[in-house]
Design a protein around this ligand. Sequence first.
Ligand code: B4P
Length: 282
Amino acid sequence: MPLCSALAQKPQASKPEVYGKDGPFSPPYVSGLYVDELEEGGEEYVILMNKYCVVPNHFLLVTKEFKRQTSPLTPQDLAAAYKLMSAGRRQGKNFFMFYNCGPLSGSSQPHKHLQFMPLVEENAPPIERLARRQRLEVDGKAFVISQLPYAHHIFRLPAYQSRPLEEVLDILAQAFISLMDLTFQTLRQLPVLPDGPPAYNVLLTFDHLHVIPRGSAEHQLSRGKVDIPVNALGFAGMMITKSEEEKSLLIEERPLEILRGVGLPKAEGESCSAVESSILDD
Ligand code: B4P
């Protein structure tokens, strides 16, 4: 579990309503952070380096026009992400994408941005070790990992370069819609909905697309009364702490309990495979 004491000094972003369109993801861009622009299916994006990266080369894909971070990923967003990850892979660099949707997901910037985290030794984040181990009876079917104590929905993608790119992008776009349907099913079974717009985290690797609905942005540890904020990286299996004390409290509380605390309960029957979507057969 990485410890980054410098994050304790990082300024907190203003409340989204205050930041609005004049935040750091709108021009003028900071020249040292600006990388390039790209276009995907008529949508324009800017690539910026992360100003507060813990891992070098953590970068962001930001919509050029102001769009809200509460909006779902579009087929263009997913295609741009997959293509960027593929470009990295061709250069021998592994990245995965994460998206924090809505304030309860751990996001602090209201301007729509997808984030790309480089992986140094592995080619996927820790959660993938569990996801890859799941034996699926049928392809094209969303599934859950029974050991995880919080609601989540995962779709297995076709193996890298096993199908033409356009076909994979189509599958990816449809997979996101089917995982969002399941996310809304998770929300519908709650007696009381969490405050604000639906919040969830998205993780994209070359193998899987994960969506994790969220009930709160942070978890208060039972001892020490410390609030632990969790974003998509927590659900990727990459929790970070700001001090030695916080680290030992977090280990004592157990990371899975923290994730349960900020996630939502699984729907009944979700300990096994969920809804059939058969996207791969279309
Ligand atoms: P959001 O989706 O809004 O929120 P976040 O990733 O949770 O980052 P947050 O800003 O809340 O920071 P936190 O203290 O939790 O993403 C906003 C992104 O924009 C962030 O990457 C932020 O750093 C970046 N950003 C803000 N102002 C910027 C500017 N002016 N120019 C360019 N980029 C800007 O976490 C601090 C950092 O640590 C974040 O980058 C976070 O992703 C990273 N982090 C958290 N857990 C980590 C882990 N386990 N391993 C490695 N890095 C981790």
